[in-house]
Design a protein around this ligand. Structure first.
Ligand code: AMP
Length: 856
């Protein structure tokens, strides 16, 4: 392996002072560096070295440690991310409406886990999603009513198989429900149906389409809406809450103004009391159920503070507490809904119907009814409804919803297209390759929603802190209410009031919310830019990256080399190409493909070859007409001691132009050389420049190519260091070397060939994710576009996310400390304490959702 630090290193005035590993630093110096020699152990062996404890003789102590500390840890994190945290058994996912604070999530978890046969409940406040595992499907039945008791509502998300839930509108008696059931039971596609009049819901198991059911229900005078269309219901609910908050504010204002204008104190108290009931009804109800499930959430603390204030005659304070709390919650919910919806809106990108070719006719069908192999027609200007391959027509397609690229991509017969992208011009005939639930866009949505539910390390830490902080401050509040007056310090009223303030200060809302909202917003922003970040952990890691390693072929370059020069020495050019064609015909290497393609193009015929063998990282060999021929790099022929005198100068000239040299010859002589060149992707140089501006100073290229070529490509691509002549397994060592230098390393590759290096790096980034499902599933971060364009944005976004998380955490802690300090000299009032809590939470949310709109 050869390492070189490119231009920066070469320009160093005192080369002799360079580190020993870097002694081959200047491009024309041919020293190969052996400071960390290649150890041919693949990642699988390393993983087993960690898990089985069976140390390999060849691996020294240091290597074993690094193997276990980086690889195993990494593998574990990946498993954590990819697997469902719930135990096996029946599982259901729900969307939860009405949560105002992470404490609500805890209350729901505690409340539901007491139900019979429920094994585990996970509620994620930021995404408003709940996952429930149960030992049998009956256990899910009481969930909805239990949730409603707690003051929230849910809608099921994974309406599995053909069982669907509809909201029925227009029923005004129990018999209407029976009529609907009776009518639907006459349809052959319906297996089972039950309509509940009081909930207005219909559960139906059927094999037909959603539209069929809706039509059938409308035939008998009712309206059926698939339950996920809950937006309208939610809006009405929000409007009602809005009105109540306003009414309660007006009552408080009337009571307050009236108290200066002659209305009786009793009248003011009545107005305050009504205001308290109006805004306090919901938190008190939720507090009741929270206490029942032994949860000390903000509803409990706020309700206690408000009731306590009323008990000591501070009605205005009590009413203001619940009113400010209600306003705060309303505004928080409103702002956080924007974040929650940012990903859900992606779902609306793909059209629900498509024009399908059936025989000679073209019929409009819902996408759910279209199967793999169907031909769909997409007119100019229309969105592509399903993933597929173009079989007729050409157009340019705007792939921004998938890849984040704003410039449309030219597509022709044989090219892949994705659901949700826009056919700019030209009619397209597309053969469908994926069902609606398997399209790239639905995979993205699924992966992003899953990612948003993963807890980042900071979030886990903050949650732990909050779980200690709240009970401690709560006990302190109780102690303060009782102990000082018992020992004769001050009055009961004074200390009781201070205790109530402490109860409010015990709410850690802003702190708990500080990290998850930022993470959900940042992951949402990345997704809209065509970048999948697989969880908060990876977002945090990205923010800390100091070095990025790139695979050369296919990542920095197009990965489609072309023959650019031919020099024959002892045979004719035609003969040279014929031998090269024969040798390379059996290789799958991109270089081989370029030579075979070129020979085919100019009509060269191959010879009869046998005993084909590929020499990893060096080339290929075959026996042609009784002689063994080789095609490969300089190293291959050097190792066979073939005289290179006649070609060395020419080889070096070609390499210095950034081209790869393929030498053709036998063990005795060279018969000719072929130069192939791979062009750098248009966006590589600019992306690398941007990366440096974003603070990543170490950009490293990894390549199996020779130093000369590597040096030229590295400087053209703006990479400041490279490792050349790497065998595939050397890439892992190169990553480790960077880690040993103290870097947090990200590796960018195509996700398949570079899997071991991607897994060894602190962060694995796969490029071109839209085309390969494997890359999408295995890497920590996936650039959906087939270029590096969005990498600088991802780095900047994650750094910004880390900054915002830090700001939020510090802000919420400082506000709490100030509130605590002001309580004792009596400078804090109850309403100020509430404002410091809900107000701070709102500020923290607004600060975090800036990440949704973050642009480079
Ligand atoms: P790789 O790591 O597979 O990209 O291979 C490293 C180097 O080996 C390439 O840059 C080529 O110089 C040489 N090589 C590998 N395979 C072939 C082949 N089929 N024909 C010619 N040269 C090859």
């Amino acid at each position: 392996m050869t390492e070189n630090e490119g231009e920066n290193c070469c320009s160093s005035s005192d080369k002799s002072n360079a580190k020993q590993e870097n002694s081959s630093c200047c491009s024309n110096n041919n020293n190969s560096v052996n400071s960390f020699k290649s150890i041919p152990i693949l990642i699988q062996e390393k993983t087993s070295c960690c898990s089985s404890n069976s140390s390999k003789e060849t691996v020294n102590e240091h290597e074993k440690t690094s193997c276990c500390s980086s690889n195993e840890q990494h593998t574990l994190e990946k498993t954590e991310t990819l697997t469902n945290p719930l135990p096996s058994g029946e599982k259901m996912a729900y969307r939860v409406h009405g949560m105002d604070c992470p404490a609500c999530a805890k209350t729901i978890e505690k409340g539901l886990s007491t139900l019979k046969d429920i094994a585990e409940v996970n509620v994620n406040y930021s995404t408003a999603k709940m996952q429930v595992a149960a030992s049998n499907s009956d256990a899910f039945i009481p969930i909805e009513s239990e949730i409603e008791k707690l003051g929230y509502s849910i809608e099921p998300l994974n309406q599995k198989g053909n069982i669907k839930t509809f909201n029925i509108e227009g029923m005004d008696c129990g018999s209407c429900a029976k009529s609907i059931e009776n009518h639907l039971n006459t349809l052959p596609s319906v297996k089972n149906v039950s309509v509940n009049f009081s909930t207005g819901k219909m559960k139906i198991e059927h094999s037909g389409s959603v539209e069929d059911i809706m039509t059938e229900v409308s035939k008998i005078g009712y309206k059926a809406l698939l339950q996920s269309n809950k937006k309208s219901i939610q809006t009405v609910k929000n409007k009602n809450e809005n009105g109540l908050v306003i009414l309660s504010g007006v009552l408080i204002a009337l009571g307050f103004i009236g108290s200066f204008n002659g209305i009786s104190t009793l009248m003011s108290v009545i107005l305050y009391a009504i205001a308290m009931v109006i805004s306090g009804y919901k938190p008190v109800k939720s507090a009741f159920y929270a206490l029942k499930s032994r949860s000390l959430d903000m509803n409990v603390l706020m309700s206690a503070a408000a009731i306590g204030a009323a008990l000591i005659g501070e009605w205005l304070e009590g009413a203001t507490v619940v009113w400010l709390f209600a306003i705060g919650n309303y505004l928080q919910t409103k702002s956080i809904e924007r974040t929650r919806n940012s990903i859900r809106n992606l779902m609306d990108l793909a059209p629900p119907e498509a024009w399908v070719q059936v025989g000679s006719e073209i019929i409009k069908k819902p996408v759910e009814e279209i199967t793999v192999g169907n031909i769909i027609i997409v007119k100019p200007g229309d969105k592509i409804p399903l993933d597929g391959v173009i079989i007729q027509g050409e157009s340019s397609v705007n792939q921004a919803p998938i890849t984040g690229e704003s410039i449309p991509v030219d597509k022709e017969i044989g090219d892949k297209v994705y659901a949700g992208t826009i056919n700019e011009h030209g009619s397209l005939e597309i053969k469908v390759t994926k069902l609606v639930e398997d399209t790239t866009i639905s995979k993205i949505i699924h992966l992003v929603e899953e990612a948003q539910e993963q807890k980042a390390p900071t979030e886990a830490f903050v949650d732990k802190f909050a779980s200690i902080y709240t009970p401690v401050v709560f006990i302190l509040a109780l102690a303060i209410m009782v102990l000082p007056p018992i020992f004769g310090f001050g009055t009961w009223g004074d200390w009781f009031y201070k205790g109530l303030e402490l109860l409010v200060v015990a709410c850690p809302c802003a702190l708990v919310i500080s990290t998850p909202v930022a993470i959900v917003s940042a992951i949402g922003n990345a997704a809209k830019n065509g970048v999948l970040i697989k969880g908060g952990t990876f977002l945090e890691k990205t923010g800390a990256i100091t070095a990025i390693a790139f695979d050369k072929t296919g990542t920095l370059t197009e990965g489609k080399p072309k023959v650019s020069e031919i020099k024959s020495l002892t045979v004719s050019e035609e003969e040279l190409l014929s031998i090269a064609f024969t040798l390379e015909d059996y290789s799958t290497h991109p270089i081989a493909k370029s030579i075979v393609g070129y020979a085919n193009e100019i009509g060269i015929q191959p010879k009869n070859g046998e005993m084909f063998k590929s020499i990893v990282g060096k080339g290929v060999q075959a026996t042609i007409e009784g002689n063994i021929f080789y095609a490969g790099n300089l190293k291959l022929f050097e190792e066979m001691n073939v005289s290179l005198e006649d070609v060395k100068k020419h080889v070096q000239d070609i390499q210095n132009k950034g081209k790869t040299v393929v030498i053709i010859g036998t063990q005795i002589q060279i018969i000719g050389i072929i130069a192939v060149s791979d062009t750098i992707r248009e966006t590589s140089a600019s992306a690398l420049k941007e990366l440096k501006l974003s603070g990543v100073n170490q950009t490293v290229m990894l390549t199996g190519d020779n130093k000369g070529t590597a040096n030229t490509i590295a400087s053209e691509a703006n990479v400041n260091r490279y490792f050349a002549e790497l065998l595939p397994e050397d890439k892992v060592d190169a990553i480790k070397k960077l880690q040993n230098e103290g870097h947090k390393v990200a590796m960018v590759g195509d996700g398949i060939n570079d899997a071991p290096a991607l897994a060894t790096a602190d962060l694995g980034i796969a490029m071109g994710g839209a085309g390969t499902d494997t890359a999408m599933e295995t890497a920590d971060i996936v650039l959906m576009a087939d270029n590096l364009d969005k990498l600088p944005h991802t780095m900047k976004l994650s750094r910004k996310a880390l900054t915002i998380i830090k700001q939020n955490i510090w802000f919420s802690i400082i506000i709490k400390v100030i509130a605590l300090v002001l309580i004792f000299p009596g400078l804090l009032t109850l309403w100020m304490a509430v404002l410091s809590d809900t107000g701070a939470a709102l500020i923290v949310i607004l600060n975090a959702i800036r990440l949704l709109k973050f642009k480079e």
